[in-house]
Ligand binder design. Structure first.
Ligand code: SF4
Length: 371
């Protein structure tokens, strides 16, 4: 298949692995963060780790949209879902994220009308088909999915669909990266930039990383050769003494981003002063809410939500995983009390979560190592 097979070529993969080996300085340890959960998934699925020299370490970042939703937001959503007459809609992986009283699936089992949708437009269709019911869409995601929510809200407004509203949990990628770079505990040598987010925001917003923090960034696609080439480009920059934003994913990511998508987002959303991220705490101006013009479609304003902050379970170390502080298997409950079927933390729920990716693919390699 075009744009897939040529990025999975084993010979080219071996050649890139050879270039990486030739680029690194023996005795120096390199720590590279893959920001996006999609990259984490590719790394484990294709065994990219196994092709790297022992002194090149990959750590996971905060770019899994489901993983960063705090328990309090799930509780807020469940409070809305259990209101009489409400049809509550969300994406499939969000239905299994635990709040303090269980998940949306648990709320559904208790009688709430919670429905999985593939897009916000599905939720809008349900609202039009059920004019006597209030239909709420629980929106999540980085800048990748925010434009589709924005376009749906624009359409709802234009068509006067009065029984449709949205709980906006959209987050933005730059503030958590800045927070990580400010952290004294984490030493990183470079970043594999988030390919999906960059299709919308472009490469420009990541310029602060080399400019303010002296770290290279390479925006990358999601096939195994994309990720390997991005790692090679980061290490090449370090070896050459360069530090800049490079775009490995030029077949998809324009430098300026998708201007139409950015325009629609700017019309429908505004920045929240602060937002809580699971395991990372409150980060200023790191999330979106509906702008004044769209306030009538804001479910939080229309119905009110408890807005209570709930601490993560004691056993949960998702925050450390999301900051690249520990590897998934270092969490005490990994693969025992916490599995994809019975997740304690969010990183085990979404396929993009580091714990789920490692549980599904990486643990086999580790088991082989131990044997
Ligand atoms: S194993 Fe479970 S609790 Fe531990 S970090 Fe991963 S998702 Fe969180």
């Amino acid at each position: 298949m075009r744009f897939v097979d040529e990025f999975r070529d084993a010979e080219l993969g071996r050649a890139l692995a050879g270039q990486i080996l030739a680029t690194v300085e023996p005795g120096r340890h390199y720590k590279v963060m893959e920001v996006c959960g999609g990259h984490t998934h590719s790394i484990y699925k294709y065994g990219i780790d196994d092709l790297l020299p022992a002194n090149v370490e990959l750590v996971h970042g905060p770019g899994c949209p489901v993983c960063v939703i705090p328990m309090g937001r799930v509780d807020d959503g469940i409070a809305l879902a259990t209101r009489p007459g409400v049809i509550f809609t969300c994406f499939g992986d969000m239905m299994r994220v635990p709040g303090s009283e269980g998940t949306f699936l648990d709320a559904k089992a208790r009688g709430a009308d919670v429905r999985m949708v593939y897009s916000p437009l599905d939720a809008l269709r349900i609202a039009k088909e059920n004019p006597a019911r209030e239909v709420i869409f629980f929106a999540i995601g980085f800048e990748t999915t925010a434009p589709s929510t924005a376009l749906t809200l624009k359409r709802a407004k234009a068509e006067g669909v009065a029984n449709f509203s949205c709980v906006c949990n959209h987050v933005t990628i730059v503030p958590p990266l800045r927070a990580l770079l400010e952290s004294p505990d984490l030493r990183l040598d470079g970043f594999i930039g988030p390919g999906h987010v960059s299709t919308v925001v472009g490469a420009r917003p990541f310029g602060f990383i080399p400019a303010d923090y002296g770290r290279p960034v390479v925006i990358a696609g999601f096939e195994p050769l994309d990720v390997l080439q991005a790692i090679q480009m980061i290490l090449r920059q370090i070896a050459d003494g360069r530090c800049e934003v490079e775009n490995q994913y030029r077949r998809v990511v324009p430098y300026e981003g998708n201007l139409r998508a950015l325009e629609v987002m700017a019309e429908v959303f505004e920045l929240r002063p602060h937002f809580e991220w699971r395991g990372l705490g409150f980060i200023s101006q790191s999330a979106l809410r509906l702008s004044e013009t769209y306030a009538d479609l804001d479910a939080e304003q229309r119905f009110g939500v408890p807005g209570v902050r709930i601490a993560d379970p004691k056993a949960c170390q998702c925050g450390e995983v999301l900051k690249g502080g520990i590897k998934p298997w270092e969490c005490k409950v990994f693969g025992t009390a916490c599995t994809p079927e019975h997740a304690i933390g969010t990183c085990m729920v979404s396929p993009e979560g580091a714990c789920a990716a490692y549980y599904n693919y990486g643990r086999f390699a580790r088991e082989r190592e131990v044997v």
